[in-house]
Design a protein around this ligand. Structure first.
Ligand code: FUB
Length: 314
């Protein structure tokens, strides 16, 4: 994509700017598929209008292509509203798209679903025809799932709203759960301050667990983290790393983490609310650099309007 400068000359755009694409989109899940960056966000609107997902792809973090309606409630028969917070992963040539639907409360139909496609942009097919997890276990609302592949090839799913987080182990074809290494089906791993939006990644052999705190409708929504030697914790809160900046935007949270393959370059992909907006649903997707100190602690992420420089995958 090219932008026109004051001189009238077309120049390649070097910086993404924030937000990185237009529209109200929240809870962005970033992943690299086939030498491209992909972002799978929530369509941020009143719950009754949240009946579909779009996704976005980019070769360089700057130029983004929108892929509309990759799955919706006409495909997911048990979902009728509040389709939220994708979690994505590929396995054996298939692309899996986990999501939550219906803002489910105990006794209602809804929860975390899983769908599958032959290509990153879908169309995705509901894998089960029913939720993968619909019950409230340990007080965790079944939403905000994050699928994590451990170094031994095991797939775990961290999930939970309402200030509780569980981890479960996915079975081989993602059609159900199997016991965790300790024999339990659900293990609560809630750290101090946790509200929702769990994320896990590994750097230098350490497991970084991150989550969102505060209320997503308000200005002080934010992200904190812990470091552990294993994926099950305990997770001791280290500090806040992503939050509002009164000069830039409010409500910065519900992020995911991008590591450029084969490098130690890291980015936070998150949503925030423009200073001009007060509607809870007016959230936009942004990217900023995430850096570490020599001890492996995450430095506070500076949220910017400029975004990030063009960066192709090597
Ligand atoms: O976008 C819907 C909900 O808002 C998510 O599930 C929460 O984490 C919050 O970001």
């Amino acid at each position: 994509m090219f932008s026109c400068t004051n001189s009238g000359k077309n120049e390649e755009k070097e910086w993404s700017g924030n937000p990185v694409f237009e529209g109200w989109y929240a809870d962005p899940e970033v992943i690299v598929y086939d030498d491209k960056y992909w972002i799978y966000p929530t369509f941020s609107a009143p719950y009754e209008e949240q009946v579909k997902f779009d996704c976005f792809s980019s070769p360089d973090l700057v130029n983004w292509t929108k892929h509309e309606n990759i799955i919706d409630t006409s495909e997911v028969k048990w979902a009728h509203r509040a389709m939220w917070a994708p979690g994505v992963i590929s396995k054996e040539g298939k692309y899996y798209f986990f999501f939550a639907a219906n803002d489910v409360h105990p006794g209602e139909v809804g929860g975390i679903g899983v769908s599958v496609a032959d290509q990153p942009e879908g169309p995705y097919k509901d894998l089960l025809g029913e939720p993968l997890i619909s019950e409230n276990v340990n007080g965790a609302q079944p939403i905000d799932q994050f699928v994590f592949k451990d170094v031994d090839g095991s797939f775990y799913m961290f999930y939970g709203g309402w200030s509780h987080c569980n981890v479960v182990k996915l079975n081989d074809d993602f059609t159900g759960l199997e016991p965790l290494p300790n024999g339990e089906m659900f293990l609560e791993v809630t750290p101090e301050g946790y509200v929702e939006g769990p994320v896990m990644f590994i750097r230098n052999g350490k497991y970084y667990f991150m989550w969102s705190e505060g209320g997503w409708t308000g200005p002080d929504y934010r992200v904190a983290y812990a470091i552990s030697d294993n994926p099950f914790g305990p997770f001791e809160r280290v500090g806040t790393v992503l939050q509002q900046d009164p000069e830039v935007a409010t409500g910065a949270g519900h992020h995911s983490v991008l590591n450029i393959p084969g490098t130690d370059e890291w980015y936070a992909v998150y949503h925030r609310r423009p200073l001009t907006e007060t509607s809870p649903h007016h959230r936009v997707t942004c990217i900023d650099k995430m850096e570490f100190n020599e001890d492996g602690k995450i430095l506070p992420v500076k949220i910017t309007d400029k975004g990030v420089m063009a960066r192709q995958i090597d």
